[in-house]
Write a protein that binds this ligand. Sequence first.
Ligand code: G3I
Length: 360
Amino acid sequence: MKTKFFLGLIFLFFLPIFFAFTLGQIPEAPASSPTLENTGVSLRQLAEQRGIQIGAAVNTYPLKSDRTYQQLLAREFNVVVPENAMKFELVHPQQDRFNFQEMDEIIAFAETHQMEFRHHPLVWDEQLPAWLVRGDFSRAELMDILKKHIQTIVKRYRGKVKTIDVVNEGVARDGTLRDTLWLRGIGPEYIDLSFIWAHEADPEAKLFFNEFSAEEMGAKSNAVYDLVQGLQQRGVPIHGVGLQMHKALNNQPKIEEIAQNVARLGELGLEVQITEMDIAIPEVAGADFSQQLQEQAKIYGDSVKMCVAAKNCTAIIFWGFSDRYTWMTSLIGQGGNPLIFDKFFRPKPAYTAVKEALKQ
Ligand code: G3I
């Protein structure tokens, strides 16, 4: 009886640890922060010399708890983007209540380290709170909710935040407008209205339309092009397009096509920013990992070179910076090792490739 009881206790003790490992929440080695390697001149210094921004999405958990994470973030980057802190469900959890705690913490960090903070995303169809999804609101009510959401956030940080992803992922793969709560409830004009309301709240801020899988030429990027041109023709304030660049070794970016896409957006007078870059390494049995790291580095280097060479490409932002904290582990369950520092904050070949590209 006693033995069973103790075995049960041991099982209960190890169960959460097992799940944490399975879900990839804990890297294989002890969580102690290693000392940072001295890598000489930082990406941030090089980018600043070039007049380009270099940034990373920020995960609030390590920002509060991991000293090495904080040091490396401040040393290498001059822009931070909240990976989740500004998602609707977190920042606006109840209809009449906002929660700015996590955003305030990230902005305080950015200010301390003279970094810019990019709003992401004001309007999206994911991570929406139950009160909104199940609300059964009329069109007029939804418009009020969206306007209040946009303007409360933008006004609170007016003057501190210079760049805003206003509408995120509004276009579907086939080039039609994505079927979202906002499209269904308000109609296609929700996009115009979002930009207009953001501009009213902060006329100085640069407003971006941010999209995934719209990097290369094709149906989706054509639709994004038409959409932003339409905004301009209607006199709606828009200043740029964010190309996310979530790619992988088995889904490599076609750099020449991306350069072509960036250039045509430039002809509209728009900036382009690479807003969420990561390059996943798929788990392939028998693959040579060091070879895969070199392939990954080449893609990072070529992408950064492309941006540096394009006059209207003004920022390169990675969706995180250390493989220790990546959405690929927490959301998809596969590590992917998609970033430029490894799980122990050591620079990967991709880091060196980004650095070399910034030097050219
Ligand atoms: O924090 C909660 C936790 O309290 C809860 O118990 C748990 C159970 O579901 O969820 C946790 O929240 C998750 C959050 O990530 C933090 O880990 C959400 O469910 C999960 O949906 C969320 O995923 C984020 C995803 O956007 C959806 O918002 C990813 O971290 C984030 O990297 C990802 O970022 C997006 C960009 O914003 C837009 N472009 C694509 C990109 C990658 O998907």
